[in-house]
Structure formats: structure tokens, C-alpha cells
Design a protein around this ligand. Structure first.
Ligand code: PEP
Ligand code: MG
Length: 582
């Protein structure tokens, strides 16, 4: 049994067989060859070995010339493995006797070799195992294998283990196939974590050594509440976690009983508690959990799951179905927020040294106006089917908003000319997620119809800490006085201007912060669907007066740890069933 600590990214317990996702892995087909097909298959295999050898020798030569003989010698191991008569003979025999395809047979043999090396003690053998896997990949590619499509092809409910899962990969995950996630990399607000939470799937990220400890098909546990991944659990541990999983499900079921209750503080302040949506599969969870609307529709996932730019009609249909399903509750559609950690090769987003400071969000849309206009047309066409608001990501000042507004006006004019029906007044809002937008909030509120604070980025940019970097995750502190001041500044400016201010970053869905956020004056929350009941429970359990008092106290403190202590003490006293004493 191996227990590894990571970052708790999505609550709950997942237990099941491991499915390792390795985008480098090559997929091969099993099946029987025709009786007269074995000789040709053997020939194909010999040729693949020859081609692979040639490739490695060329590579070796290149390295020898560019970096020297010593570096080049590293590849000698791979040349040895490729020439290993045992592996070659065994593969040829399997083709002949078992009539197995070459790729299938060779893969099986080298996988067993790598596994034996993995089990041996010492750095040297582990290094050899990596070489064996590399050779396996190379030969299988020459045999015409295609890169495994990982998540899209998942056929059995499994615990997904990966080094990292880019959002474009997560977008391919079929429904009900993931029992949990454990990834070597990532932080609480990385998009893998966000998507796991959105689907109510337990997840632990930043688990160093997860992929190394995982064995395909073996049993594992993901405890997304405590941030732990357990590989090859013993009977006792397994039974204990099965009990925990049951308790967690009961608690979740009990909380959803609040579904039809309003999100009101004990002294009658009415708040709105919406949900965030990435992909349509999340809609049932949003409805089941009684969200007051969709406070953030991350439309980019619609683009990420495709191979080419979606047409206006495809987008219109997607928006329409969400807007209709939520009617009369509002849907805040955020325009395309690519860049950062969200890419689609067909969009031609540049390769950048600092993607989070690069061509992201509204910047991209303003540069690629034709993509922006198509999206806006689709949104306006969908607007007649319910209550739509539009929100722009990554705004750094009034100029951004004005340029976006101008394009919106032109799009509307054109649609009117074409006689297309649209809702009369679709509000245009700004996501406050950069320090620049906080410092220019007094100007922004003059021209924005509403604000929504995106704390995931606001914290990352305010504290200069990468939201996806597990190594510095302890500095990513939502309760940092600088963050609280930024939020307060935005809320106060919004209230002075008489426009609504919401919060849609992951901070809004963390029960520990809920009362402070209410106290800071926020009125619209948008959280991951499965967290709606918990946040509602917390908000209904406090008065606005108490929340303000707590927020005022926090605002007077100088350091993140002082704030954390005060908030933790307050919450464990007030909600003893939910919070354990700090
Ligand atoms: C945010 O930054 O808080 C936010 C909600 O946007 P995203 O997480 O998609 O960057
Ligand atoms: Mg953001």
C-alpha cells in the first residue's frame, strides 16, 4: 500500500481500478491475424525494428555532433533494447503461433520487461524502464499505431491517474466514467480541478509520484476531501474508505434537500447562488442542486473539445439549449477565454513564454474579431430563449470594455438588419480578475452593467503566484489581506455605482470563506454545481450582521495567517458539524 499526499481539489471518495492517461502512449489493436497473414506481419515487424534502429542511430549521431559523445551514449541503451534477440524472437513467435498482431505482441513483451525493471531496486533499473517504454513507443509508432486518445475512449468507470490533464483532454471525458482523479501536477484552481469539481468527481492534484505508483487496472482510492491518493490499499483501509464514501454520499444527499430553499441569510438578506458550467454534461448537476442560475458559462470548453472552429449555428444551438433549460433563471455567458492553460491548435494561439500573461481572454477576441463576432452573434440569437448576460474575461481597463462594446453594437446592428430576434437589453459585464481592473474599478463601473470577481486569476495575479503550480500552492492564499482588500474595493465601487457584483472564482465555493464573502458585501455567488447545497447551508446559517462583523475584523488584520486563524475559529464554532476545529 502506498499513501501519497497531494492537494485536495474536489471533495468525496473515489474507489476503483486505475486508468493511467498518458498522452504519449500508443494505442494498439488486439485480434487474430488470418492464417496466411503471419509471414507478412513478421516482415512488417522486422522492418519496424530496422526503421526504429535507424532513427535512434541518426538521433545518436546528431546528439554526438551537437552535445558530444558522452550524451550520445545514453542512446546506446535504446539501441541494445531494439536489438535484443529475446524480445524480437518472442514477438516473432507470438505472431507465428498465436497469430497476434506485431504491435500487440511486442507491446506485451516490452511492457512486462519495463514492469520487472520498475520492481527492481535502484535508480539504474528505473532509468532502464524508461528507455524500454521509449523504445516500445517508437516501434509501435512505426507499426502504424496511433497515439492513445486517453480519456475520450474510456469504457469502464475508473480512477484516472495522469501526470497532468490539460483542459482540452478533460473536455473529452465521457459521462460517468471517472470515479476520481489523481494527478502529479496542478493546483486547486487549475482547470483539471475545476472540471472535476463541476462534475462532483473526487480529485487530488499535485500528488508527487502518482503516475509512478499507479499500475494500470490496480485498485486505488482518491480521497478528495483530505487530499490523499492511496495505491494498492490493504483490506482495512479499503473498508474504512468504503464506509467514508457512504457517509459522504449520505451527507451530500441530505444537503440537496435544501434545493428549493432560497439562499437567504438568517436575518433575511437575499443572495443569489448560481453555478458555473463548462460543458453541457454539467447541466443536470446544476438543476439537481437547485442553482439560481449560471453565474459563469465557460464557453471556451465548447471550442476546446473540437478539431476546428465551431460554426455560428453549432454555438447557437449549444447556448440555446443551456439558456432554455435554465429559463427563467439567468445565464451569464462568458466570451471565449482561451490562452493561459487553455489551447486549441486550430485557434492558432501563439506559443508564449508566459501564457498567463499573454494572448488570453478578451485580448484574443479583440485580435481575432471574426471569431469574436461569430460568438456574439450566436449568443444574441440564443438570448431570446431565456435570460442572458454577457461577460468579458481578462479585462484590464476601460479601453478593453469599450472596444468589446463597440463590436457588440456592430454585431447587434447587423443582426437587426437581418431581422434576427434578440432579447432587448442584454447586460454586458466585466470579470474582475486582474489587479489593473481593481485599480480602475471606478472607471469600469461607469460603463459596465455588472461585475463578477474571478478570484482564481485575481489571486494569481495579485499575489504573483501561478494558480497551477503545486510547489507554491501554500502561498496561493485567498485570505491574504491584499486579496480581501481587492474584493472589498470592487464590491464597494459596484455598490456606489448601483450595479450588481458577483463572485465566480473557486473561492466562492469554499465553505470556509463563505461568511467572510457575505460580510464583504457580495450578493451573487457562482460556484461549482455540487457545492451549491453546502454554500447555501452556510449562508442560511449566518446573519448578515455577524458576517459583516467577521469581515470587518478580517480587514483589520495584517497577515494571511492571522486572518486564517480568525476565520477558521469562527467557522468551526458556528458550524461544528461542517468544520473541525483548526
Ligand atoms: C477566475 O479566474 O476566477 C475564473 C472564474 O475564470 P477561470 O477560472 O476560467 O480563469
Ligand atoms: Mg479567469
Amino acid at each position: 500500500m502506498t499513501i501519497l499526499q497531494g492537494i485536495a481539489a474536489s471533495p468525496g471518495i473515489g474507489i476503483g481500478p486505475i486508468h493511467i492517461v498518458d498522452p504519449e502512449e500508443i494505442e494498439v489493436q488486439d485480434g487474430d491475424l488470418p492464417v496466411n497473414g503471419t509471414a507478412a506481419e513478421q516482415e512488417r515487424f522486422r522492418k519496424a525494428i530496422e526503421e526504429s534502429l535507424e532513427e535512434v542511430r541518426e538521433l545518436r549521431e546528431k546528439i554526438a555532433m551537437e552535445t558530444g559523445e558522452e550524451q550520445a551514449r545514453i542512446l546506446d541503451t535504446q539501441i541494445d533494447i531494439l536489438g535484443d534477440p529475446d524480445a524480437v524472437d518472442q514477438t516473432l513467435a507470438a505472431i507465428e503461433r498465436e497469430r497476434k498482431p506485431a504491435a500487440f505482441a511486442y507491446r506485451k513483451i516490452l511492457t512486462a520487461v519495463a514492469a520487472r525493471l520498475d520492481e527492481a531496486d535502484g535508480e539504474y533499473y528505473r532509468g532502464r524502464a524508461i528507455d524500454v517504454r521509449d523504445v516500445r513507443r517508437r516501434v509501435l509508432a512505426h507499426l502504424g499505431g496511433v497515439r492513445a486518445h486517453s480519456l475520450r475512449d474510456l469504457k469502464e468507470p475508473s480512477l484516472i491517474v495522469a501526470n497532468d490533464l490539460p483542459p482540452s483532454e478533460m473536455a473529452l471525458l465521457p459521462r460517468n466514467m471517472a470515479l476520481g482523479f489523481a494527478t502529479d501536477l496542478g493546483g486547486r484552481t487549475s482547470h483539471t480541478a475545476i472540471m472535476a469539481r463541476a462534475r462532483g468527481i473526487p480529485a487530488v492534484v499535485g500528488v508527487k509520484g502518482a503516475t509512478d505508483s499507479a499500475q494500470q487496472g490496480a485498485l486505488a482510492i482518491v480521497d478528495g476531501t483530505r487530499g490523499i491518493a492511496i495505491f494498492d490499499p490493504d483490506h482495512e483501509t479499503l473498508a474504512e474508505h468504503e464506509r467514508k464514501r457512504e457517509r459522504y454520499r449520505e451527507l451530500a444527499a441530505k444537503l440537496t434537500e435544501l434545493k428549493d430553499q432560497p439562499c437567504t441569510t438568517a436575518d433575511g438578506r437575499v443572495l443569489s447562488l448560481g453555478a458555473n458550467l463548462e460543458v453541457p454534461e454539467e447541466l443536470p448537476g446544476i438543476l439537481e442542486n437547485g442553482a439560481d442560475g449560471i453565474g459563469l458559462y465557460r464557453t471556451e470548453f465548447f471550442y476546446l473539445s473540437r478539431k476546428r472552429l465551431p460554426t455560428e449555428d453549432a454555438q447557437f444551438n449549444a447556448y440555446r439549449s443551456i439558456v432554455e433549460a435554465m429559463h427563467p433563471r439567468p445565464v451569464i455567458i462568458r466570451t471565449l477565454d482561451v490562452g493561459g492553460d487553455k489551447f486549441a491548435s486550430y485557434l492558432g494561439t501563439p506559443i508564449e513564454k508566459n501564457p498567463f500573461l499573454g494572448m488570453r481572454g478578451l485580448r484574443f477576441s479583440l485580435r481575432r474579431e471574426e471569431i469574436f463576432r461569430t460568438q456574439l452573434r450566436a449568443i444574441f440569437r440564443a438570448s431570446v430563449y431565456g435570460t442572458v448576460r454577457i461577460m468579458f474575461p481578462m479585462v484590464i481597463g476601460l479601453e478593453d470594455l469599450r472596444r468589446a462594446r463597440e463590436i457588440v453594437e456592430r454585431v447587434k446592428l447587423q443582426l437587426r438588419k437581418e431581422g434576427v430576434a434578440m432579447a432587448p437589453n442584454v447586460p454586458l459585464g466585466v470579470m474582475v480578475e486582474t489587479p489593473a481592473s481593481v485599480f480602475s474599478i471606478d472607471q469600469l463601473v461607469q460603463e459596465a452593467d455588472f461585475l463578477s470577481i474571478g478570484t482564481n486569476d485575481l489571486i494569481q495575479y495579485t499575489l504573483a503566484v501561478d494558480r497551477g503550480n503545486e510547489a507554491i500552492s501554500e502561498i496561493y492564499e485567498p485570505l491574504h489581506p491584499a486579496v480581501l482588500r481587492a474584493i472589498k474595493t470592487v464590491v464597494d465601487a459596484g455598490h456606489r455605482a448601483g450595479i450588481p457584483v458577483g463572485i465566480c472564482g473557486e473561492m466562492a465555493g469554499e465553505s470556509l470563506y463563505a461568511v467572510v464573502l457575505v460580510g464583504l458585501g457580495l450578493e451573487e455567488f457562482s460556484v461549482s454545481p455540487y457545492l451549491v447545497p453546502e454554500i447555501k447551508t452556510i449562508i442560511r446559517g449566518t446573519t448578515y450582521g455577524d458576517a459583516r462583523e467577521l469581515a470587518d475584523r478580517c480587514m483589520s488584520l495584517a497577515t494571511p495567517s492571522e486572518v486564517r486563524t480568525v476565520v477558521s475559529e469562527f467557522m468551526s464554532r458556528r458550524y461544528p458539524g461542517i468544520f473541525l476545529p483548526a
